[in-house]
Design a protein around this ligand. Structure first.
Ligand SMILES: [Zn+2]
Length: 460
């Protein structure tokens, strides 16, 4: 079996690994590159193998950086199937439709305002491409065997990162050689989900390293900081803008806001969920909770679907409702994207950043080069839609809502394997994070640890 790391090397986006096993080749994840222009440019490069030759694709979960390239792959000749867990198959259509719409809107906006470097900017893919990709989804239950290529058997286990997220085990039937992919790995204490399953015994494990050089801080302390920031902003009549990944982060955030409000630790103010994608995702999560889906933890099942809902939540579905929020005033706005790099939240940032009364609350990982990272790093101005905007609003960053395991949790997960693999591959991290994790694994587990290069082909 050979692995070629096509994306998520030296970066957290563009996850794609080519697997050659049995008699064929297939992809593990098909993510979009996001963030700065030089990273996004990879989305436009020709695919390294003819997409029509791929026997299938397996998706670890529904985040855009793991599934968002699928419509482009389909357009280039890939014919499916796309294996994933049932909840991932519910969420991927929401993500891909939104991605296609955003790309079409951003392209139209760039064309109208003329700030693109291209005379005739075009989207990477559009709505029709997304629909054809969605039609390829082939859900498989956790633990059930499937065959991503002839002579290869695979199964998925819960990854505890977002609803539907999976750890993937792939075995070459002829040789018995086995590789496990962590996908994005969740934490033991996700507010809604059960913890990740341990890795199967394997010859090799591919592990993510988003937080490979960090330990998460005390959650309670961070929630206190968030409550304080929200309270002082609302009291001075300002808006709290929370850029949030539409799927999972919005749900986790609403659960926290609900308990802060119930405990009277924040004032009651309108909470606007301003992302059609987030609202669609919320519906899937509420349904999973109501159905007591096996991925949902027992405490959340006991609370019921209202665990992630509040009477003062307002849905902003139309662009007009969204634009009305830019007038400011004491309210909380939860809007995608999570790193401020696209979507409706960019308009809110542009309108609300120049006013000292407002606060931007960063609750997730902010990749290098994104507006969110620049705000976290203390930028005085940031560029949005080709124009610089003064940053006078308060910027508060908390990591309490991270749904990625930290360094110790990643190591604990590796060590929960019954047998030691001969090779561990560390991907899906910025270089410092990947190398820091690789060093710790070497020291604590005594195995060969590799941070693969982009395009590197390795025998496992
Ligand atoms: Zn993810």
């Amino acid at each position: 079996m050979f692995l070629t790391f096509i994306g998520a090397t030296g970066t957290v986006t563009g996850s794609k690994t080519l697997v050659e096993a049995g008699g064929g080749r297939f992809l593990l994840d098909c993510g979009l590159f996001q963030g700065p222009r030089d990273i996004r440019a990879h989305n436009w490069e020709p695919f390294p193998v003819p997409p029509g030759d791929l026997a299938s694709t397996i998706l670890s979960h529904a985040h855009l950086d793991h599934c968002g390239y699928l419509p482009a792959l389909e357009r280039a000749g890939f014919t499916g199937p796309v294996y994933c867990s049932p909840n991932t198959a519910e969420l991927v259509p929401i993500i891909l439709r939104d991605s296609a719409r955003l790309q079409e809107e951003d392209t139209a906006f760039a064309r109208k305002k003329g700030f693109s470097r291209h005379a005739q900017p075009r989207p990477l893919y559009g709505a029709a491409d997304a629909e054809r990709a969605i039609a390829l989804l082939a859900p498989v239950e956790f633990g059930a065997d499937f065959h991503p290529a002839a002579g290869v058997t695979a199964h998925l286990d819960p990854g505890g990162h977002i609803l539907g997220s999976s750890i993937t085990t792939i075995t070459d039937d002829a040789t018995g050689r086995c590789v496990v992919f962590s996908g994005d790995l969740g934490r033991g204490n996700h507010p809604l989900l059960r913890p990740p399953a341990p890795p199967s015994s394997a010859n090799a494990i591919v592990v993510e390293s988003t937080y490979g050089d960090r330990e998460h801080e005390d959650v309670e302390q961070q929630i206190d900081a968030m409550a304080a920031a929200i309270t002082r902003t609302l009291k001075r009549g300002g808006s709290v803008v929370i850029p949030a990944f539409a799927v999972d982060r919005t749900e986790v955030l609403l659960k926290a806001l609900r308990s802060l409000q119930d405990q009277q630790r924040i004032p009651v103010a309108p909470i606007h969920v301003d992302s059609p994608m987030a609202l669609a995702g919320l519906h899937v999560y509420r349904q999973a909770i109501a159905d007591a889906d096996p991925e949902i933890n027992s405490a959340t099942v006991a609370e019921g679907a209202d665990a992630i809902w509040l009477p003062n939540v307002h849905e902003a579905t139309t662009p007009e409702q969204s634009m009305a929020l830019d007038r400011g005033g004491a309210r909380i706005i939860v809007s995608a994207s999570g790193m401020g790099s696209g979507g409706r939240v960019t308009h809110h940032l542009k309108a609300l950043l120049p006013d000292r009364d407002n606060t931007v609350l960063l609750v997730g990982y902010q990749a290098v080069g994104t507006p969110g990272r620049m705000l976290a790093d203390g930028a005085h101005e940031i560029k949005i839609h080709g124009q610089y905007v003064a940053v006078r609003a308060e910027v508060v960053q908390i990591e309490a809502f991270s749904v990625h395991a930290d360094a110790s949790e990643l190591i604990d997960w590796l060590r929960s394997s019954r047998t030691k693999p001969t090779q561990v591959f560390v991907n899906h991290g910025e270089p410092e994070a990947s190398h820091a994790l690789a060093n710790r694994i070497r020291q604590e587990w005594d195995v060969a640890v590799i941070v693969p290069q982009a395009g590197e082909r390795i025998y496992v």
